[in-house]
Write a protein that binds this ligand. Structure first.
Ligand code: MG
Length: 373
């Protein structure tokens, strides 16, 4: 039984091109399957999440991160009696538009575009992938996803000004997205905040002492774990403490969102859409802890000197390759060269680079710009 404020698949605004109903999958289940079968989804396996070079096969890449976010999202959506199929689809698609080399690659690509008065936005890029670049079906371009999935792709993590984005006017920019989409921004945070602590510790870039000193929420649980498992190895005590942090974040997101729904008197999807702000949220206390983990990771992991070299490499590779193709459009693959006849060259070069895996862009760099990394 879905809550009154959940999205109901039978009330979907539908697809761009109507298709006959499937005998045993609803439209959001079909959308989920289309995302999983997309080429862009498979490429996530070779895109960096945090660690640019392979420290170990055990670390997250963008695909395993995506699967973790989908798992958290299913749990939270289920607990809130939301539409789990839609929420899961939105989680699976949420990082589809990410360029190679994680955050550094995205920044460099955006900077290169800004030189031409344009910009790069991974949500908008994900929409272009599912609307245009994926070609699997004979009757239409793209994946022909339902309205709610396309809306969630752009609106899950930020709001877009309707005056600045007339191209997105069909996506009800003056309304809040459904809760299924609102959740994904927060489950994404839970996913990477806890996973990056885990991988950072495993990579010896973060020490146990550092984490205990820097994160009171972790320290509280760690002391509890030490009492229960005094003889367990550090790594297992770490795991047990991190698991408790994880559960605290997930549990709080569920109970606090429930409380906010009740407090605001939200009963229908329309109430969610018309509400002054987003309803899915952590409590004040846990929100502060979440922010603390994020700040800690920025300070001690993302901006750590050990990752700085790779960041510089990423920036240089994206910037130089972008310039190379701007100066040598005839060196683009035929498909992109043809596209450049109809669209602006910077946009076409950006699309090409954004779709690349780390592996492929390194290869391209070697070929066109010389030095191997
Ligand atoms: Mg993500």
């Amino acid at each position: 039984m879905l809550a009154g404020y959940a999205v109901q698949v039978q009330h979907s605004r539908g697809r761009r091109f109507s298709e006959p109903a499937h005998p045993y999958r609803n439209d959001y289940q079909r959308d989920r399957d289309r995302v999983i079968h997309a080429r862009a989804f498979r490429r996530l396996v070779a895109k960096t999440q945090v660690f640019t070079r392979r420290y170990s096969d055990h670390f997250r890449n963008r695909l395993t991160h995506t699967i973790e976010v989908a798992q958290i999202t299913r749990t939270v959506a289920g607990a809130l009696a939301l539409n789990v199929d839609l929420a899961e689809t939105l989680a699976l698609v949420h990082d589809l538009g990410h360029p190679p080399f994680g955050h550094a690659g995205e920044k460099a690509l955006d900077a290169a575009m800004r030189e031409h008065g344009l910009f790069f936005d991974h949500n908008l890029h994900a929409l272009r992938i599912v609307e245009d670049f994926e070609q699997r079906y004979a009757s239409f371009r793209g994946l022909n996803l339902t309205f709610e999935v396309r809306e969630g792709i752009i609106k899950h993590s930020r709001d877009y000004d309707s005056a600045k984005h007339p191209d997105l006017s069909e996506y009800l920019l003056d309304q809040r997205p459904p809760l299924e989409a609102q959740l994904v921004d927060l489950t994404d945070e839970i996913g990477y905040n806890t996973a990056d602590l885990d991988d950072g510790y495993e990579a010896h870039l973060l020490s146990l002492e550092q984490i205990r000193d820097g994160l009171p929420v972790f320290e509280r649980f760690f002391r509890e774990v030490e009492k229960i498992y005094p003889d367990a190895p550090d790594k297992l005590q770490f795991n047990e403490a991190l698991k408790r942090v994880f559960n605290r974040l997930v549990g709080d997101l569920v109970t606090n969102t429930q409380a906010r729904l009740k407090h605001a008197g939200i009963e229908t999807l329309d109430d969610v859409r018309q509400h002054t702000g987003r309803v899915a949220a952590f409590s004040q206390e846990v929100e502060a802890e979440r922010q603390q983990i994020k700040d800690f990771l920025y300070e001690n992991l993302y901006y750590s000197p050990s990752l700085a070299g790779e960041k510089d490499d990423a920036e240089r590779i994206v910037t130089e390759l972008f310039a190379f193709w701007m100066n040598n459009p005839s060196a683009l693959p035929h498909y992109y060269e043809e596209k450049a006849q109809k669209e602006s060259l910077p946009r076409v070069v950006c699309d090409y680079i954004a779709g690349m895996t780390d592996h492929f862009i390194n290869e391209q760099y070697e070929r066109h710009c010389g030095t191997a990394r």
